[in-house]
Design a protein around this ligand. Sequence first.
Ligand code: NAD
Length: 329
Amino acid sequence: MNILVTGGAGYIGSVVVEETLRAGHKTIVYDNLVKGHREMIAPDALFVEGDLLDRPLLEKTFVENDIEAVIHMAAYSLVGESVIDPAKYYMNNVVAGISLLDAMRDGGVSKIVFSSTAAVYGEPEKQPIEEADRTAPTNPYGDTKLAFEHALKGYERAYGIRYASLRYFNAAGASERCGEMHDPETHLIPIVLQAADGQREQVEIYGDDYPTRDGTCVRDYIHVIDLARAHVKALEILGERSAIFNLGCGGDGYTVNEVVEAARKITGREIRTRVSERRAGDPAVLIASSDRINSELGWRPEFQDLELIIESAWKWMQNKSENAAAKDA
Ligand SMILES: NC(=O)c1ccc[n+]([C@@H]2O[C@H](COP(=O)([O-])OP(=O)(O)OC[C@H]3O[C@@H](n4cnc5c(N)ncnc54)[C@H](O)[C@@H]3O)[C@@H](O)[C@H]2O)c1
């Protein structure tokens, strides 16, 4: 297929593009580079630098490349920022997203895979979380993602646009070429590795008195390559129907302390930590049930091991530093 990947210069998007190319799809990255990185775009992908709100450019890109499906990953995704500036999130994650959907409707593109999030569940009533569980986001970021899911339902019913909404838990790890480079970085694994690398003094642990096995929060980490491969599988079902899938690895998840310990082991470096107050709205445990995507699409994680995930991210970070040093020399 000919696929447009919005946000394909971002962390997850750049790995998704590697996987769509590997599966033989012609892939066009559409990104305004507000958060993305040009050098992360796979060399075999075409690149259009543009904003989702630029309807004429979107429509031209659809026509010129005969686009058949969209993987929509472009969004803002900082929970804290969304609380301080919800307008920014509604504009980009909802209004700009609708601009994309309208361009698809008008251009006759009828398949979309959407990057949704575990944040749509808010504080879950039970673990592991299943797709049919109550959605009740606790911040504007989650609200905007859920609002877009609702729009998808309406656009399917009225205009026949099929969707697969993938509710990611915590994406982590790296491919050989692409890794996590958010600014600011708010995700635990890169933060822990930055501390190991001397880029930050310590890791802040928000609360160690949760009712978990060591008092720190439990989260579900999924290797970014496993996550990316799920997108390729999700594209396949869009010929038949729409669906919502959780994307995590289930199991018991990992506590913050377990992540830090595993990183100490892998890097062989000192990683200092400091315990501070709990953050408002941080649930003790967030674990996905991925049974639905397992049984309906036959998706299985291949790299479901915390050490493998951290090792890949560390290797990527070390290579990046070496390349930067070689350039400077
Ligand atoms: N990283 C995670 O663990 C995680 C978890 C749940 C959901 N998600 C979702 O997955 C998607 C990708 O996340 P990521 O971590 O790779 O983020 P990222 O910030 O690295 O990538 C987002 C990309 O979208 C681009 N973009 C943003 N607004 C745009 C616009 N209006 N027009 C064109 N391009 C635009 C940015 O330049 C960037 O390249 C996001 O939708 C995010 O909400 C991520």
